[in-house]
Ligand binder design. Structure first.
Ligand code: GAR
Length: 202
């Protein structure tokens, strides 16, 4: 049976993309294959990671496409026969039209235990800063389906990570990535791809 074709959407460093590439190489991700990487930034280091792994990549800039930004992404997804979209540090909020069109076909990794520290304005280091400001002792990461509510779709997997005395947002971000995101995202991607392949309920 053919593999689920995955497109990974990125904006930055791409360590989560790297975790997916590594999982594909080690066989942890076996029901799907990364067929395309799309970045909304021309200088995203994630693009270098994709190129090194021999994965086709595209840059779609909002400044260039403006109101046709999502239409261009949709065109690329369709041209490449993409079945599943993975948001891996993609720092754009997708419209309700887009998320409805790809219902249960978009997953996202978020660096907190949803419903804490999520939604509009909570991305990257800001999430970890908010967790530290609040003083929670445990945070983590969540992989969820994407719907019209930012970080509001059905949760697929979560993993808790301890917050330690003296943590800075940067130190905490690294721990959450190492202990949660880089394992959780490939595991959730494999789970969703396997279910899609087998026609199981998501
Ligand atoms: C990751 O921590 C990811 O969870 C977060 O941005 C970082 C991207 O790092 N995403 C969000 O905050 C989305 N709301 P990466 O480019 O190295 O994968």
């Amino acid at each position: 049976m053919s593999k689920i074709k995955i497109c990974v959407l990125v904006s930055g460093g791409g360590t989560n993309l790297q975790a997916l590439i590594d999982a594909q190489n080690s066989g942890i991700l076996m029901s799907g294959e990364i067929a395309l990487v799309i970045s909304n930034r021309a200088d995203a280091f994630a693009l270098e990671r994709a190129k090194k792994a021999g994965i086709p990549c595209e840059v779609v800039l909002k400044q260039e496409y403006q109101e046709c930004f999502e239409a261009r992404i949709t065109e690329l997804l369709e041209q490449n026969g993409i079945d599943l979209i993975i948001l891996a540090g993609f720092m754009c909020i997708l419209s309700a039209d887009f998320t409805a069109r790809f219902h249960n076909r978009i997953i996202n990794v978020h660096p907190s235990l949803i419903p804490a520290f999520c939604g509009k304005g909570f991305y990257g280091l800001k999430v970890h800063q908010a967790a530290l400001d609040y003083g929670v002792k445990v945070t983590g990461a969540t992989v969820h389906f994407v719907n019209e509510i930012p970080d509001g779709g059905k949760i697929i997997m979560q993993k808790a990570v301890e917050i330690k005395e003296g943590d800075t947002p940067e130190i905490l971000q690294r721990r959450v990535m190492e202990q949660a995101e880089w394992h959780l995202l490939p595991a959730a991607a494999e789970l969703v791809c396997r279910k899609l392949r087998n026609g199981e309920e998501l």
